[in-house]
Write a protein that binds this ligand. Structure first.
Ligand code: DX5
Ligand code: ZN
Length: 214
């Protein structure tokens, strides 16, 4: 699945920017609070507005403190998948339960320096594992191949039946890097600058999809 990140879109024309990626699988929305990450983007009212105009299911990536308090609102708004950061959660299991009760898939994100092993016991509660392939906070950074062993390990746990998860990668995914991520076992690919920086986002999505399937 290809999930264009709205972070690289024109925020003054969000409804139009949503319409440029209608052939995407998920629309990735980066919520940043200037606490968990140094950057600030948008919050629930804007996500509700995007949800109202998007034919593509929303994939909300919450880079925020206190996800226990805020994440369920995004599920109630109708997002398909809501991902919280493991590093920000005091009780990941409770967040997963609340998200699923509100009708969304529950995602757990880990930063490049966060080991997968630390969360193996809670992952059965989740539907999506988001392995960050850059430090969260900004679009347009370079892909970190050193993170791929975590993608491989997650894929191995899925293949062996120990976990049932989408394995998502986010950060620096483009035509030069997506094949490595796919080969390692990712099946959801977030791409911000590679899609919205292209003259024709629909073609960029199709090209990324073809490369991931090789
Ligand atoms: C970074 C965000 C990403 C970002 C990816 O913290 O989580 O979703 O938009 O942008 P690119 O694809 O440009 O690296
Ligand atoms: Zn993201």
């Amino acid at each position: 699945m290809i999930a264009p990140s709205l972070l690289s879109a024109d925020f003054a024309r969000l409804a139009d920017e949503v319409q440029r990626v209608t052939d995407a699988d998920w629309l990735h929305v980066d919520v940043m609070d200037a606490h968990f990450v140094p950057n600030l983007t948008l919050g629930l009212p804007v996500v509700q507005a995007i949800q109202a105009v998007s034919p593509v299911p929303l994939d909300c990536h919450l880079m925020i403190d206190a996800p226990e308090r805020w994440a369920p609102g995004y599920a109630e708004a109708g997002a398909r998948n809501v991902t919280v950061h493991a590093e920000a959660c005091t009780d990941p299991r409770a967040v997963a339960r609340d998200l699923k009760a509100a009708g969304a898939l529950a995602g757990l994100a880990i930063k490049p320096g966060t080991p997968l092993e630390a969360y193996l016991d809670v992952l059965p509660e989740f539907d999506t594992l988001l392995v960050m392939t850059v430090e969260p906070g900004f679009g347009g950074q370079s892909f970190m191949p050193e993170v791929l062993p975590k993608v491989r390990e997650a894929r191995r746990l899925v293949e062996s039946g120990h976990l049932q998860l989408f394995v998502e990668v986010d950060g620096g995914i483009n035509a030069d890097t997506i094949e490595q991520a796919a080969e390692a076992g990712a099946d959801v690919f977030v791409a911000g600058s590679a899609v919205y920086g292209a003259d024709d986002p629909a073609r960029a999505i199709a090209a990324l999809r073809a490369l991931a399937a090789r």
